[in-house]
Design a protein around this ligand. Structure first.
Ligand code: FAD
Ligand code: NAP
Ligand code: SF4
Length: 678
């Protein structure tokens, strides 16, 4: 077997898990849908079939005050039990196991009835919480226990008590948010009374043969968080109070340190869990940025933890574990940690999806495999994300697919994206599609820039144009000056910019180019050590919260990042990642300027007017990152000749394009053919 540690069963005494993978809790938005949780049931059933050892639902509140948002998912009454049975029975039918996560949002709740140990507002919340009375504290403990009992009644195999990420329980534990002077605050033993009583009552109410995972915040990453000594004492007390397993929580939501984004090295936080190894008798689960079976196996083999939690990787590929077990890890659709369609959607009030998996959270509407009763011959032009997605889906349906790519490699713009420091994961998507093209026998023609004429001679029943974009060349005096270069020149290495560069355009690509141009020439230590130093994470855990002063890496290159619009730079970057890019660039000394008018480019540099003031930016190079235009020259001649053509991705519309949309459109175009085969 390829991954002996990952696939070794975990005996919990009263039950055994078939392997060491936990599909970690992740809110999808399906929890609140008014469909009796049927879509959620299909979502979990598919992941149970795909081999997850144990799964945890998104956070379900024990009462109304604990709602994350108004009318959030809650389990506090019998009427809600039957809806949850749809989930548990679907999972058990696939030989899976599932726990319900009980989450009380505390001061993170996005409604005005929020409560917390003390009336201390978090800077990420619009509301100040109400201080909990002694009576409310007691009834909330009972509510946790009641929800756990209802979860058992609904058929769950266990519960996870959410004690981390800065939610209510965590708010009691840390002095940062607990300013009480009664028996629930002050001393450490008072601050942990709330979690311990919850743990004890949950165990009392659910019996000994029920999984109770407690998620301990092992590294708060905020000032006035816990010390490691306190984490250890809490874990021991939670074990004594009857937990079956302890899961790792890293970072409060209000921490200004990225903990799961793509710039975080794989397995960067397993060391935190390892600090408790050997101190507890019950299994320890580790988490954060573990996205391949190889990394999971390494962590288990080297004794960092007893089980590995992965949440987004199961969103990206429900069959993660069965593929790993069959020795087909090259076929895993790897989560690239972009957050774009999962967390960014959730934080914008939308249902989660996945950039690399267009079926995620829509498993009922889009069954996994469809075989076409009428296979046809199709051409896909362009092997960027849109073309690859379409060709893969058409191949899976059993069509004869010819994929034409002008360059010598598949991947389109992902070949540039993967060169950005911190976006190396993007190469995994190209690797995945390489395996899929081979698996489905797609005829891939590289170095082939097809013309409309060639396509028309090819006798294709369908032609999908996925030729992507061409960079926009803005109309600025001096745009053809030798110091003007495009982002493609920079990222392909065709031009190495001098000691100073002005970037025109602060969209996703402008930010990425700024990251690329200011990356440190060398890094000291491993990527993990470098990341920890850059973000001020203290491996010796000397201070509360495990934080220390960040080490600044001022760039050797002077960079200006410019945009015409007023307001915040990079406003359209991802909600959960944009702030981290802004902090990084600021720390590297990048000058970010909005409200800029570009006047001309000369030997002296870029002449601009900023907020009405004329200046000359003395840059060696001016890098154009001013958006993109669709490349669809094949469309008109093919249509005129009567071919059946669909245009997808950037070729269809370059504005607001991203890979999520490109992959989705490729998939949808291929799926629509099954409904209109002739
Ligand atoms: P493309 O990726 O442009 O692919 C088009 C393909 O068609 C190319 O390979 C081209 O060679 C080929 N082609 C063109 N004409 C012909 C022809 N006549 N015959 C044959 N082949 C042809 N998006 C995100 O969502 N998240 C990110 O973090 C992100 N980061 C990025 C970072 C960088 C540096 C860049 C450049 C882009 C990034 N993007 C990101 C954008 C994302 O890569 C694009 O949205 C996506 O690649 C568009 O896919 P597409 O298939 O429509 O086009
Ligand atoms: P973009 O995000 O649309 O940004 C284009 C930038 O160019 C904007 O800053 C725009 O701002 C400026 N601009 C537009 N027209 C201009 C003109 N005529 N003259 C001067 N400036 C002009 O596009 P992009 O950066 O090219 O990225 C392409 C796509 O890839 C985007 O849709 C993006 O979502 C995706 N992408 C995403 C990420 C990510 O991390 N999620 C990373 C890279 C790329 P002003 O008009 O204010 O000047
Ligand atoms: Fe992973 Fe991105 Fe998919 Fe989220 S959207 S699961 S981060 S690949």
């Amino acid at each position: 077997m390829s991954y002996p540690h990952l696939f070794s069963p975990l005996n919990l005494g009263f039950t055994t898990l078939k392997n060491r993978s936990l599909m970690g809790s992740m809110h999808t938005g399906l929890e609140e849908r008014n469909d009796d949780m049927k879509e959620l049931a299909a979502y979990f059933a598919e992941r149970a079939r795909g081999g997850a050892g144990l799964m945890v639902t998104g956070g379900i509140s024990p009462n109304r005050q604990g709602w994350l948002a108004p009318f959030g998912a809650k389990l506090s009454g019998r009427t809600e039990v039957s809806r949850h049975r749809n989930v548990t029975s679907a999972v058990h039918a696939e030989d899976g196991k599932i726990c319900l996560q009980i989450l009380h949002a505390g001061r993170y709740a996005m409604h005005p009835f929020l409560v917390a140990p003390s009336p201390v507002r978090s800077h990420i919340s619009p509301f100040k919480p109400w201080e909990m009375s002694e009576r409310l504290i007691r009834s909330t403990i009972d509510d946790f226990a009641h929800t756990a009992a209802l979860a058992r009644e609904a058929g769950y195999d266990g519960v996870e008590i959410m004690g981390s990420e800065g939610y209510l329980i965590n708010q009691f534990i840390a002095p940062r948010s607990n300013r009480r002077t009664d028996e629930w605050g002050g001393s450490f033993s008072n601050r942990i009374r709330f979690p311990l009583e919850i743990m004890q009552k949950v165990r009392e109410k659910t019996g000994d043969d029920f999984i109770v995972i407690f998620r301990v915040s092992m590294l708060d990453l905020v000032e006035e968080g816990s010390t490691f000594d306190e984490v250890e004492q809490l874990a021991l007390a939670i074990e004594a109070a009857g937990a079956t397993m302890i899961n790792t929580g890293i970072g409060w939501h209000e921490a200004r340190i990225p903990t799961i984004a793509t710039m975080v090295p794989r397995g960067a936080y397993a060391w935190v869990t390892r600090q408790l190894k050997g101190k507890l008798q019950i299994p320890l689960i580790t988490t954060n940025r573990i996205n391949t079976p190889e990394k999971a196996e390494e962590i288990l083999r080297e004794g960092y933890a007893d089980m590995v939690s992965m949440a987004r990787p199961f969103l990206a590929d429900p069959d993660f574990m069965v593929k790993a077990q069959a020795g087909k890890s090259a076929e895993i659709n790897t989560c690239i940690a972009c957050n774009q369609a999962c967390l960014d959607h959730i934080f914008s009030g939308k249902t989660a999806g996945c950039l690399v998996n267009p079926r995620a959270c829509r498993e009922l509407s889009f069954p996994a495999v469809i075989h076409s009763p009428t296979p046809l011959r199709a051409a896909v032009v362009g092997a960027g994300p849109a073309g690859l997605s379409a060709a893969t889906e058409l191949g899976a349906q059993g069509h004869e697919v010819h994929l034409f790519e002008a360059s010598g490699e598949i991947g389109g713009q992902f070949n540039l994206a993967k060169r950005i420091p911190g976006k190396e994961e993007f190469h995994e998507t190209i690797r995945y599609y390489t395996s899929m093209l081979s698996k489905y026998g797609v005829h891939t023609h590289l170095n082939t820039r097809v013309s409309a004429e060639t396509l028309l001679q090819g006798n294709y029943s369908r032609i999908l144009i996925a030729t992507g974009i061409t960079p926009r060349k803005p109309d600025i005096e001096g745009i053809d000056h030798p110091k003007v270069i495009s982002y493609t020149d920079v990222l392909t290495g065709k031009v190495i910019p001098g000691k100073s560069a002005a970037i025109i355009g602060a969209g996703g690509i402008g930010f990425d180019v700024a990251m690329y141009l200011t990356q440190p020439e060398t890094i000291s230590g491993s990527p993990r050590e470098h990341y920890m130093a850059e973000w001020g994470i203290d491996p010796s855990y000397l201070n509360r919260g495990g934080i220390t002063a960040p080490v600044r890496h001022e760039s050797f290159r002077k960079v200006w990042l410019l945009q015409r619009s007023k307001g915040k730079m990079g406003d359209k970057l991802g909600k959960t990642t944009g702030w981290a890019h802004r902090i990084t660039l600021r720390n590297r000394g990048v000058q970010m300027m909005s409200d800029v008018r570009y006047d001309k480019i000369t030997d002296a540099g870029l002449h601009a007017t900023i907020k009405g003031e004329p200046i000359i930016i003395p840059a060696d190079h001016v890098v154009i990152c001013a958006g993109q235009l669709p490349l669809q020259e094949l469309y008109a001649p093919l249509m005129r000749a009567g071919a059946r053509v669909t245009v997808i991705g950037g070729a269809r519309e370059a504005g607001e394009l991203d890979a999520h949309r490109a992959i989705e459109e490729g998939f949808m175009a291929a799926r629509s053919i099954i409904n209109n085969p002739t």
